[in-house]
Write a protein that binds this ligand. Structure first.
Ligand SMILES: C[S@@+](CC[C@H](N)C(=O)[O-])C[C@H]1O[C@@H](n2cnc3c(N)ncnc32)[C@H](O)[C@@H]1O
Length: 331
């Protein structure tokens, strides 16, 4: 896609050093209403990442180069990147072809969502506390793996684990395959092209999932940058719960009795409680205090789903004892 709108030559001529470019790009981000939620915390981080890429420097080495004047090829590259970012709304991670999560490097392109998950906190800080008595060789499933980033973080956190990672997108799995190989984990992470957990063989000690969870109607309201990501990675039916429904049903059959399921659910906290009132979930704390990841044990999952099924479809045969207490009161 071409860049219809462009930076003015006059403005660009004034930019001599990397520092000038950073200041300018941050102002332009503000002016054009850029959204920074795709793997960056703010405009500064994103501008630095574009500049480091244009200069061919690792991000940590950028500070040294800031005061020197920008070589012409790097300035031309930076201008192109910034125009693509500002006016085509191409996310920075797709422009650089890389993203970082939990200090690890991942290849990304338009075939996968850009990694940004609360599991980056939860995998190292909380999961080991929930799996203390598990067997040495953990069996883990990462449903909806995308770039494979969470499967890789899990494999690093639990060095003896064997991991099955799934995705419905064959394109995403190609990227995941590259990342798994980059991290030397092809022996331990097995990729499966399937719907949620379909066809996997349990029992698993841990099932983790960062599914798509936006309700269809919400997609339109997302900033333009997010429309560059695969919609399959973002949207999950009318109420956002389509994949989560499948996940709960499938996980209930695949989790070991001591096993746990952990799911990131974005803004669906109230919807989860309303839809599965019987499910005894624990909301895991995150640094920003949002209740957006829940944990449920295999036993509680099976209990919760059985109760819900019983309430949703009371099967009362005429003449059976429960007809005496009224329809629907079935334990
Ligand atoms: C929110 S992304 C998460 C990707 C990755 N785990 C991460 O945290 O960056 C959701 C992923 O689920 C995949 N997906 C969507 N529906 C699916 C389904 N029914 N079964 C398996 N994967 C699905 C999408 O292709 C996408 O890669």
């Amino acid at each position: 896609m071409g860049t219809a709108q462009r930076l003015s030559d006059a403005a660009v001529r004034k930019l001599r050093t990397g520092k000038d470019w950073l200041r300018f790009v941050v102002q332009q981000f503000d002016k054009t209403g850029a959204a920074h939620g795709q793997g960056f915390l703010n405009a500064e981080q994103e501008a630095e990442t574009l500049l480091a890429h244009a200069l061919g420097l690792p991000w940590e080495a950028l500070k040294q180069g800031l005061k020197q004047s920008m070589p012409e090829p790097a300035a031309a590259k930076m201008r192109h990147l910034v125009e693509r970012r500002l006016f085509d709304k191409e996310p920075t991670a797709y422009l650089t072809g890389e993203a970082w999560l939990g200090g690890l490097h991942f290849r990304v392109d338009r075939r996968v969502i850009i990694p940004r998950s609360y599991f980056v906190e939860i995998i190292p800080e909380q999961l080991p506390l929930w799996l203390p008595d598990s067997p040495k060789v953990l069996r883990i499933a990462d449903a909806c793996t995308g770039s494979g980033c969470l499967a890789v973080l899990l494999a690093k956190q639990f060095p003896d684990a064997k991991i099955d990672a799934t995705d419905l997108s064959a394109d995403a799995l190609e990227v995941a395959r590259l990342n798994v190989a980059d991290h030397g984990l092809s022996e331990r992470i097995h990729l499966h092209h399937t719907d949620t957990l379909k066809g996997l063989k349990g029992p698993y000690d841990l099932i983790l999932c960062n599914p798509p969870y936006e309700p269809e109607a919400l997609l339109k309201a997302l900033p333009a940058e997010f429309h560059k990501e695969p919609s399959l990675a973002l949207v999950s039916g009318k109420d956002g719960l389509d994949v989560i429904r499948k996940l709960l049903a499938q996980a209930s059959k695949l989790l070991a009795p001591h096993g746990i399921l952990v799911v990131e659910i974005g803004g669906l906290h109230d919807a989860i409680i309303k839809t599965w009132p019987e499910l005894e979930v624990t909301w895991l704390p995150t640094a920003d205090g949002s209740d957006c990841v829940f944990l449920v044990s295999g036993a509680a999952l099976r209990r919760g789903l059985t109760k819900r099924a019983a309430q949703a479809k009371p099967r009362v045969r005429p003449g059976s004892p429960s007809t005496k207490v009224g329809k629907g009161r079935v334990r």
